[in-house]
Design a protein around this ligand. Structure first.
Ligand SMILES: [Zn+2]
Ligand SMILES: [Zn+2]
Length: 365
């Protein structure tokens, strides 16, 4: 079969590879939909990921498809076996599964598991799914659920985790920094919850998508990347707002979600939130970067600063429910379709001029 292999910084190659034999408890999925992801793009540009993969590695992790092979079960417990799956089952699988026995797993924080097992290889005709993923994070689709919608479950699970961590309430005004797929999913879920949602980002197609998802205000960020200027209508002048107490300069945002992953936008997020507000540093920045924050502002503005990482089996299931309820659909996020053979070119284009939202990768030609 054809499969994409990630070798390092800006190096993806498509190879003819032999599917590996299945071990007990594993299944093979014939992939029907694979989606590109901002995380994959970051990995492509940076050449590494702290947790997800070590090159050379199969690549891609947002997928849905059909079970095409089942290995015998390794367990006698029917709930923890392949016994409940059959050939032709339509499924979505997450990109990781927790161990279930470490401190974090036992405390409902499986996203922080000491031993998360990651799965990569969505950009391929088939994928072998390890037993732990089959047991913990592979879900059956309803007959009407489209594969490309289901493939959104993984990123949406991360967004659902971010929403849960923020404890958002109806009526709150949320500002999302970044109009990529993750930022847009935050807009969709915030609107679904009954919040006001504004977004600051770049790229007319992305901002149009935000409007279609019901964004109340859309702030177009200029080439200079000045988020503050875009939201406030003027460049930062005089003493930095950091020296004032939040809200004294008209901030209306109860919650600010940073969905870009740059130190300067992490800092802007803290300045843009209202007194008593919450900030979620959702976008992961490059390793080794730091930010500086005004202690007086954080203290006297009573700010809640938090970060969300990854997803849990609970938020993965929640994400599929949201998809099957039609709250989140691929057609709101996917704006291109590419054959697997052109994946290296797709990533090159995305890394230069990242204006696409998400691409559907055709793994069979
Ligand atoms: Zn992803
Ligand atoms: Zn664990």
């Amino acid at each position: 079969m054809k499969a994409a292999i990630f070798y390092g910084k800006e190096d993806i190659q498509i190879h003819e590879v032999a599917p590996r034999p299945l071990k007990p408890g594993e299944v093979r999925i014939q992939i029907a939909a694979a989606l590109t992801c901002g995380t994959d793009l970051k990995v492509f540009k940076r050449g590494y990921h702290a947790k997800m993969l070590t090159p050379p590695s199969p690549f891609g992790h947002e997928l849905a498809g059909t079970i095409s092979e089942i290995a015998e079960t390794r367990s006698v417990s029917p709930s923890a076996s392949t016994g409940r799956w059959k050939m032709g089952d339509r499924v979505v699988v997450a990109n990781s599964a927790p161990c279930g026995s470490c401190f974090f797993c036992k405390n409902g924080r499986e996203n922080l598991c000491d031993d998360l097992l990651f799965l990569n290889g969505a950009y391929a005709e088939t994928i072998a799914v390890p037993a732990r993923l089959v047991e913990k994070n592979m879900l059956r689709l309803k007959p009407k659920t489209r594969f490309e919608d289901a493939a959104l479950a993984e990123p949406l699970a991360c967004v659902a985790q971010g929403m849960d961590d923020l404890n958002l309430r109806k009526g709150q005004h949320v500002l999302v920094l970044g109009a990529g797929p993750i930022g847009l999913m935050f807009v969709a879920l915030a609107k679904h919850l009954g919040c006001r949602a504004s977004v600051a980002g770049r790229g007319s197609n992305r901002l149009r998508a935000a409007q279609q998802l019901g964004a109340d205000k859309v702030f177009e960020v200029g080439k200079d990347g000045d988020i503050w200027g875009a939201v406030r209508g003027s460049p930062m002048a005089g003493p930095p707002p950091a020296a004032r107490i939040n809200g004294g300069d008209g901030s209306e945002f109860d919650v600010v979600i940073e969905a870009i992953g740059k130190p300067e936008t992490w800092e802007a997020a803290v300045r843009l939130v209202r007194r008593g507000g919450s900030v979620n540093f959702f976008g992961g920045c490059p390793s080794g970067t730091t930010i500086s924050l005004d202690t007086k502002m954080i203290h006297y503005s009573n700010l809640a600063l938090l970060a969300s990482f990854h997803h849990t089996p609970r938020t993965f299931r929640k994400a599929l429910k949201l998809i099957e309820a039609g709250i989140v659909r691929a057609k709101d996020f996917v704006d291109g379709e590419w054959p697997l053979s052109q994946l290296p070119e797709l990533f090159r284009q995305m890394s230069v001029e990242n204006r696409a939202i998400k691409a559907l990768v055709r793994v069979r030609e």
